[in-house]
Ligand binder design. Structure first.
Ligand SMILES: Cc1cc2nc3c(=O)[nH]c(=O)nc-3n(C[C@H](O)[C@H](O)[C@H](O)COP(=O)(O)O)c2cc1C
Length: 203
């Protein structure tokens, strides 16, 4: 039986981003836990700010279709969000908004997941980071609302929040504190298990 495919990305493309650092660490841990991580950066999916006029004139941008495709091919998705003014950053919300407008090329094909709703297939888990004490908790709650209420996605209760993120990681991108690694692994294990179950990879 194949391992569950888990898409991993962060809502920041900043050099040295704590969220991207957590996403990279999560991808490494997912591989160690027996999953197949697929790590992407939103840097590779450049999108204008969503505008319905733009969509009506030019359609959905290629990058949004590609992001949709990545979601549709995944059994699970781990998204790490930073917190901007107690919310998800516009980069992440905009990417989700555009992906939710994409229809999927090759609808009905076996390869690209075209046609079906890419937010209703995979199981989602949330990570968040912040230099502050709350670990991006408010952004994580907003992301949960967007995914679960806005897009009817299945979002796990388990989530990985990293407070004081500017001090949390070693130069190599590992956690300095073993307990944080244990908490991340707990979330990732739940994501692997639920993704495999939902994809019919495990009884
Ligand atoms: C516009 C803006 C608003 C911010 N608001 C918050 C906030 O509400 N809570 C918080 O913990 N950090 C806030 N920050 C600080 C970010 O957590 C910090 O810049 C962090 O490094 C961004 O995540 P990244 O490292 O993944 O890029 C804000 C930063 C910016 C630029």
């Amino acid at each position: 039986m194949r391992p569950p495919k888990i898409l991993v990305f962060a809502g920041s493309v900043r050099t040295g981003s704590y969220s991207a650092t957590l996403a990279a660490l999560a991808a490494r841990e997912l591989a160690l836990l027996g999953a197949e991580p697929v790590r992407i950066s939103l840097e590779d999916y450049p999108l204008p700010i969503y505008d319905a006029d733009l969509e009506a004139e030019d359609g959905v941008p290629q990058a949004a279709e590609q992001l949709r495709e990545q979601l549709a091919l995944a059994d699970g998705v781990f998204i790490v969000t930073p917190e901007y003014n107690a919310a998800v950053p516009p980069l992440l919300k905009n990417a989700i908004d555009w992906a939710s407008r994409a229809k999927g090329a090759g609808s009905g094909s076996a390869s690209g997941g075209g046609g079906h709703d890419p937010f209703k297939g995979p199981v989602f888990a949330i990570g968040s980071t912040s230099p502050g004490a709350l670990g991006g908790y408010r952004a994580a709650m907003m992301l949960r609302q967007v995914l679960a209420l806005g897009l009817s996605a299945l979002v796990l209760a388990e989530q990985a929040m990293v407070p004081a993120a500017h001090q949390a990681f070693s130069d190599g991108g590992d956690f300095k504190d073993e307990r944080q690694l244990d908490r991340l692994r707990g979330t990732l294990r739940a994501l692997i298990d639920q993704s495999a179950l939902r994809a019919g990879l495990r009884a």
